[in-house]
Ligand binder design. Sequence first.
Ligand SMILES: *Cc1c(COP(=O)(O)O)cnc(C)c1O
Length: 425
Amino acid sequence: MSLTDARSAELYARARRVLPGGVNSPVRAMRSIGRDPLFVERATGVDLVDVDGNRFIDWVGSWGPLIHGHAHPKILEAVHAAAEAGTTFGAPTMVEVELAEEIASRVPSVEMIRMTSSGTEASMSAIRLARAATGREKVVKFAGHYHGHVDGLLADAGSGLATQGIPASAGVLASATAATVVVPWNDEEAVREALSGDDVAVLIVEPYPANMGLVPPQDGFLQFLREQTEAHGTLLAFDEVISGFRVGPGGAQEREDVTPDMTVMGKILGGGLPAAAFGASRELMERLAPLGDVYQAGTLSGNPLAVHAGLTSLRMLDDDAYLRLNETTTALATGLREAAGDRPVEVVSVTGLVTVFFSATPVRNYDDAKACDTEAYARWCRGLLARGIYAPPSQFEALFVSLAHEPEHVAQTVEAAAAAFESAW
Ligand SMILES: *Cc1c(COP(=O)(O)O)cnc(C)c1O
């Protein structure tokens, strides 16, 4: 650390006295790359400035929501206007209806939604609904897939947990995970086995898992999940909190032409404010209170600021936006691959997401991801930060490409990456 980072150092010291680890969400502490957190002063577009005035090209984008970059003028305008009209009512508004209509028109599996304030709440509620609808208790999830910090799903979770090296969370009752079955990703035999008892309520899956680094499904795997769940009376839930509205207008389900029974959404949905949702067919969703017997609620659910930001964000995501996002993603992935040369690195990408695995062999599941050289990744990532590039401070994440990233940002990033690769081993 240089003298010029004095304000960050002082803030971090203060933060650690009043916030565990100095942060409000673990990955921000940057412990897995062995450095102190970045305290942000402000950001516009992809230009992020810390409290010491250091500037970074931001490839984290608040971990997914900022597909239009920071402080997009149209989103700011929508939020300002909404705030002037009142920040929360605890009563329905027109814009919630518009957002629900927009989502239902985009996402094939969704006829109705219920909004929440976080992805965690949305996946928790989706599972409750699935259990009620099927009269079954078991849930199947994949190792390395993350669905928020729901008790029953904190079994072998990826993302923050894997990063922090905690095998499972303390404080989660054994009874809460007793009904959770964890299977390896891309493993058909394991799925067959898990569903064979016809006693599973729901199989929940990130269709493009990005919380162990990006590990796309092998050809036909999502179709296989659809067939198997249908055959065994199990509901199929796609957690599209990251992939929804990022990999294409209607998420991974539209792109892969596999329609789940339920969909969990978040991140981009809130346009940078706290909002998430789960959705399904009308028949399933009408099991929710006040119509049905499944209780679910939230003081700030459908918050007008978040809903305005989300709707504005979605309406800017037309076909042209996805073409551009895909071009930028491909340019970045290709550039990083070239910069790595013949070093043991695998660059994986899908529209809007790129992971640089420090692995000599392809990564197909969580075990492969965990076998990556995380020490080399840490050195590479610190090297990038030192050169003004903010990439996710963990091997088990993805770079989030936005529409605010221009060719010059890709070029600067690739140049810095080449230099950082030099010092990674
Ligand atoms: C971020 C994330 C969640 C949790 O959302 P929060 O808003 O952080 O609670 C759930 N599922 C996936 C796939 C995510 O990436």
